[in-house]
Design a protein around this ligand. Structure first.
Ligand SMILES: N[C@@H](CCC(=O)N[C@@H](CS)C(=O)NCC(=O)O)C(=O)O
Length: 204
């Protein structure tokens, strides 16, 4: 059975959400059975040399990088999330790269500065720099979503999932989104999806 590695409160949530959208059976290795970080890292390194999650194992096939995993799942199991037109597919790649190159880095830096670092250890200049740089991609999304409900074509696709799953880091980054009302409404539409709720609700 297909297996996804990494806890739900991490970038692995992106792949977990995608697997739920596809409605496929999968096993979730959340790594909690490894009590320490070095043990978790060692377990991940056995399948992904860089030691990072998410990792997907599909039989003998091992795949890392959250966006690659989601695009693979969309094409294999989620054709409703992967339109047939070449230009729509290219746009999905565009938004997926946008998510990890334009949004993920500043949001992670803001999360580190505003949530993880203790008072007195914060780097105000770094925070300011990334607070500024995140405005540009957020503005692009706001402009795009002012004219259409979804990122590519008439319905929810893996482009929406990939971008929204990266944007969920805005909460931990303490990044206000109220200046971006269309983006906020779209994010709510994405996060209201049963598959998102299922992937992010802790199992009893
Ligand atoms: N570009 C990767 C980033 C993966 C990543 O940084 N994952 C973090 C957890 S959210 C990780 O495994 N960190 C462990 C480490 O840096 O050693 C992706 O999108 O999958």
């Amino acid at each position: 059975m297909l297996k996804i590695y990494g806890p739900a409160r991490s970038r692995s949530s992106r792949a977990l959400w995608m697997a739920e959208e596809c409605g496929i059976p999968f096993e979730h290795e959340d790594l909690t059975r490894y009590p320490t970080m070095p043990e978790k890292s060692a377990a991940v390194r056995e399948i992904n040399p860089i030691g990072k999650i998410p990792v997907l194992v599909d039989g003998d096939f091992v795949l890392s990088e959250s966006m690659a995993i989601n695009l693979y799942l969309a094409r294999k199991h989620g054709r409703h999330l992967w339109p047939s037109g070449e230009q729509d597919q290219a746009k999905i790649l565009q938004w997926s790269f946008f998510a990890v190159t334009e949004l993920d880095p500043p949001l992670v830096e803001l999360m580190v500065e505003r949530t993880f670092r203790k008072e007195g250890e914060r780097n105000a200049a770094n925070e300011q720099k990334h607070a500024e740089s995140v405005k540009r991609p957020l503005g692009v999304l706001e402009g795009h979503l002012a004219d259409q409900p979804w990122l590519v074509g008439p319905g929810f696709t893996v482009a929406d999932l990939n971008v929204a799953s990266v944007l969920t880091m805005a909460a931990g980054a303490k990044q206000e989104l109220t200046d971006y009302p269309h983006l906020l409404a779209w994010l709510k539409r994405c996060q209201d999806r049963p598959a998102y709720r299922k992937a992010t609700t802790p199992k009893a």
